[in-house]
Design a binder for this molecule. Structure first.
Ligand code: SF4
Length: 424
C-alpha cells in the first residue's frame, strides 16, 4: 500500500512544479513515506532522518514525513528539537502536499496536515507507476476491524471503497499501457463494496479487460470470504490461484482477544473449502506468536492449524506491544522473550518443512510463469518469474524477456522456490 501511495504522491507532485531525481544528494526536498505497523519501523525512520541530516552536512534540504507515522507520531515529529522535519502529511493528505511544501518554503515554519478523512480514496489520481509488469491498484482504504494488536484503523481511518467504475476504468488504461497483471489492494480487500457490487463482482469485471492476464489481491480477512468469492477465485481463469489468508493465531481464545472474529474451527473449515474448490491453490498466512497470555496449549492450537492447513508459506512474527493499540492498553505482554523465540523457531522449522514438501510435489509439472526479471547476479540468461500460484521460479533461457508468459517444467524445489527448464 505504501508503494502505491508513493506512486500517488509522485503523480500529485509531477503535475505541479516538481520533478524527481535519482539521487538524494541532488534533491531539494526529501520525503519518507512511512509505515507504522510495528514500533520498530518508527524507530528506524527517526534514525534515518538523523542520518539524512548528518549526511547533508547543513545543506538546506526540506525533509517531509508522509504516511502512517505522520498520523501516528505527529507531536513527536513536529516538536522534537533538532529532528529537522519540515513538513508532515498523513495518508489522507497527499493532495495538500504541493501547498504544504510551498508554505514551508515561504514561511520557513513547519507545516502539517494529518487529518483523517472518511471519504478520500484518491480515485481522481492516476498514479505514476514505474514497474511495467504488476500495477498496484488500491480499491479501498482504511480499516474497520480494530484487531487489538493493530494500529492501522487509527492511522489510516475508517474503511471506504473506491467506486467500481473508476477502478475498472483505471485498469483498462493499465491494460493499454501493457501491464499484464494487477494487484488489488486494501487493508481488508475482500470487504470491498460499492452499492450492490462486491469484491467477487469486481474481479469478474476486471477479468473481462483484454490484456490483463492475472489478477492478484491482498490482504483478505477470513471473515469476508463467502462462497461467491471462493467460486470466483477457483473458476475465473484470470484470478491468481493463491490466497494470503492471515491466521494470526490458532487458538480460538487468543483469536477472541485479538478481535479477529473467527475461531480455529471456522478458519480450518474455510481453508478446507478453498482447497476443495480449487485444488492446487497456494495458501499463505501471517502468524503472531506470544500474544499476551498465550499458553503452551494455545500455541499447540497454532501448530495444529499450520499442520492441518499446510500453508505454502507463513510470515511469522513475535508479538510486540504497539503503543496506541487496545492490546497494549488492556493486556500485559507476559510471554517471555525466550518463550517467543522458542515458539517462532519451532513454527518456522515446521513451516519450512511443509513449504518444502508442498513445492516438491510440483517437480515434473509444467507451470505457466510470468517472467518478472533477469537475474543478473547469476550467469547470463537466468530468468525469474512467478507461477499462477505466486511461487517464484528460476530458469535459464536465451530469447526471453520480462513480462512474457512461458511454460516451465519444474526440475527441483526448495522451501523457498522452484527451478526448472523452459518448455519450447
Ligand atoms: S484487519 Fe486487523 S490487522 Fe488488518 S489492518 Fe485491519 S485492524 Fe489491522
Amino acid at each position: 500500500m505504501n508503494e502505491y501511495d508513493s506512486e500517488l504522491v509522485r503523480s500529485i507532485l509531477l503535475k505541479k512544479k516538481f520533478r524527481f531525481v535519482e539521487n538524494e544528494s541532488n534533491a531539494d526536498i526529501i520525503m519518507l513515506n512511512t509505515c507504522s505497523v510495528r514500533e520498530n519501523a518508527n524507530r528506524k525512520i527517526i534514525g534515518l532522518i538523523h542520518k539524512i541530516r548528518h549526511d547533508l552536512k547543513g545543506k538546506p534540504v526540506l525533509i517531509g514525513i508522509l504516511g502512517c507515522m505522520a498520523a501516528d507520531k505527529k507531536e513527536e515529529l513536529l516538536t522534537t528539537k533538532n529532528l529537522g522535519v519540515d513538513f508532515i502529511a498523513g495518508p489522507d493528505s497527499y493532495k495538500k502536499l504541493p501547498n504544504l511544501i510551498e508554505e514551508v518554503q515561504k514561511t520557513k515554519l513547519k507545516t502539517f496536515d494529518y487529518a483523517l478523512s472518511d471519504t478520500e480514496t484518491y480515485s481522481d489520481i492516476y498514479p505514476t507507476r514505474e514497474d511495467g509488469i504488476n500495477a498496484w491498484v488500491a480499491i479501498s482504504r482504511g480499516c474497520n476491524n480494530f484487531c487489538t494488536y493493530c494500529i492501522v484503523p487509527y492511522v489510516r481511518g475508517r474503511e471506504r471503497s473506491r467506486d467500481f467504475n473508476g477502478i475498472v476504468k483505471e485498469i483498462k488504461k493499465l491494460a493499454k499501457e501493457g501491464y499484464p497483471q494487477v494487484t488489488l489492494l486494501g487493508q481488508n480487500v475482500n470487504s470491498y463494496k460499492d452499492g450492490k457490487k462486491d469484491f467477487p463482482d469486481l474481479i469478474n469485471e476486471i477479468s473481462k479487460i483484454n490484456g490483463i492476464k492475472r489478477i492478484h489481491f491482498m490482504s483478505p480477512h477470513p471473515k469476508d470470504f463467502p462462497d461467491k468469492l471462493i467460486k470466483v477465485i477457483a473458476n475465473n481463469p484470470k484470478s491468481i490461484k493463491h490466497v494470503h489468508l492471515p491466521l494470526q493465531a490458532g487458538s480460538s481464545r487468543i483469536l477472541k482477544k485479538m478481535n479477529r472474529t473467527y475461531t480455529k474451527q471456522g478458519y480450518l473449515k474455510l481453508a478446507e473449502k478453498i482447497r476443495a474448490a480449487c485444488p492446487g491453490i497456494a495458501i499463505t498466512t501471517d502468524i503472531i506468536v506470544g500474544f499476551p497470555s498465550e499458553t503452551e496449549k494455545d500455541f499447540k492450537d497454532t501448530v495444529d492449524v499450520v499442520k492441518k492447513t499446510r500453508f505454502d508459506a507463513a510470515f511469522i512474527f513475535k508479538y510486540s506491544p504497539r503503543s496506541g493499540t487496545v492490546a497494549t492498553k488492556k493486556y500485559k505482554d507476559d510471554v517471555s522473550p525466550d518463550k517467543k523465540t522458542e515458539r517462532i523457531v519451532k513454527l518456522n522449522e515446521l513451516q519450512k518443512e511443509i513449504s518444502h514438501e508442498n513445492n516438491q510435489k510440483l517437480i515434473g509439472t509444467t507451470q505457466e510463469v510470468l517472467i518478472e526479471f533477469i537475474d543478473r547476479k547469476k550467469e547470463a540468461g537466468n530468468f525469474c518469474g512467478r507461477t499462477k500460484t505466486n511461487k517464484t521460479v528460476s530458469f535459464k533461457a536465451k530469447d526471453c524477456a520480462p513480462k512474457q508468459f512461458v511454460n516451465v517444467k519444474i526440475k527441483s524445489a526448495s522451501a523457498f522456490g522452484l527451478k526448472g527448464d523452459l518448455v519450447i
